[in-house]
Design a protein around this ligand. Structure first.
Ligand code: NAD
Length: 299
């Protein structure tokens, strides 16, 4: 099989998802008499966070939703940030609230997340939503792992009975990814920094999800032939030209593409899915909060 046909094109999938979301968002506006709204709160001037927030705002508006941006200085007190979150909780125009992480060191991230109304927590980080995911109740699921599952189901159809290895156990990616794969009836192994003989663990997997943050760590000869590889990693490394950098994943794409049955590239794989799923979660939240019926499985 050529490498091209193995590539899971997350950019194209995300585009299609955004088109479907725009249709649903227009339908919501017609029924509710207002647009679905997403509020993004940014504290401080971290350049990467500023880029994310700008892109989120642009894509929210492009999908026919309202974007509310709250930019607070880096020295904002935790109490003032919590007051902003409380105001957004009470604002009927706001369906989804996202507090851009990381927060400055003087703030307690867990406390801030815990203040968001779980029914507006479109990032799915609130413990109530973590619990809902773990127990199979409807809630909100973190955007990046949900995007990974969408790509997997699009490529493989049913995931039932497949062996999946998730490398990484963060609250944002690894753990919710494992929960989602359990819900899809995979047999799931979660590997992490203390795992013994990682290549041997990975070799068992029909599905490998790498969410580590180590450039090109997973090699082709670790993989079971035909495995589906989802590379969540985004790592900036020195480029071929002096002073230039390039993005690579946690998987060594060249060697992995030889062995894998399907693989996400970096960039253009998982990355574009995250904001598209955030918009999905927002339009879902809008329907739930307004008491309107939506076939969420069609999104
Ligand atoms: P994290 O640092 O919170 O977690 C990394 C995990 O990798 C940890 O659980 C750790 O145990 C594990 N790990 C570290 N070294 C290891 C090793 N040698 N062997 C096996 N496991 C090891 O990171 P995160 O937030 O989960 O993000 C992981 C990667 O995904 C990063 O590159 C990040 O930039 C990327 N990411 C991408 C998106 C996106 O595409 N939109 C979103 C979130 C994170």
């Amino acid at each position: 099989m050529s490498t091209d046909s193995k590539i899971i094109d997350g950019k194209a999938f995300a585009e299609g998802l955004r088109t479907r979301i725009a249709v649903v968002a227009a339908d919501f506006e017609a029924k509710a008499g207002r647009k679905a709204g997403l509020a993004v709160v940014l504290v401080g001037e971290d350049p990467a966070s500023q880029v994310y927030v700008r892109n989120k705002g642009k894509q929210t508006v492009a999908a026919g939703m309202e974007s509310f941006e709250h930019k607070l200085p880096a020295d904002t007190s935790e109490a003032d940030l919590l007051a902003v979150v409380e105001r957004l909780n009470a604002d009927p125009a706001v369906d989804g609230i996202l507090v851009q992480l990381p927060l400055p060191a003087h703030m307690n991230e867990q406390k801030v997340i815990a203040t968001i109304n779980p029914d507006k927590d479109v990032d799915g980080f609130h413990v109530v939503n973590v619990g809902r995911l773990a127990t199979g109740l409807p809630g909100f699921v973190p955007c990046t792992p949900l995007g990974c599952v969408m790509l997997l189901k699009d490529r493989l159809g049913s995931l039932s009975g497949l062996d999946a290895v998730v490398i990484g156990r963060s609250n944002i990616v690894g753990k919710p990814m494992a929960q989602l794969l359990i819900a899809e009836s995979c047999t799931v192994t979660v590997a992490h920094s203390r795992t013994k003989d990682l290549p041997e663990v990975v070799r068992r997997a029909d599905i490998v999800v790498a969410a580590v943050g180590r450039p090109e760590m997973v090699k082709g000869d670790w993989l079971k032939p035909g495995a589906t590889v989802i590379d969540v990693g985004i790592n900036r490394v020195p480029g071929a030209e002096e002073g230039k950098s390039r993005l690579v994943g946690d998987v060594d794409f060249a060697s992995a593409a030889e062995v894998a049955g399907a693989i996400t590239p970096v960039p253009g794989g998982v990355g574009p899915m995250t904001i598209a799923v955030l918009l999905r979660n927002t339009v879902v939240a809008a329907h739930r909060n307004a008491g309107l019926v939506l076939d969420e499985s069609a999104l």
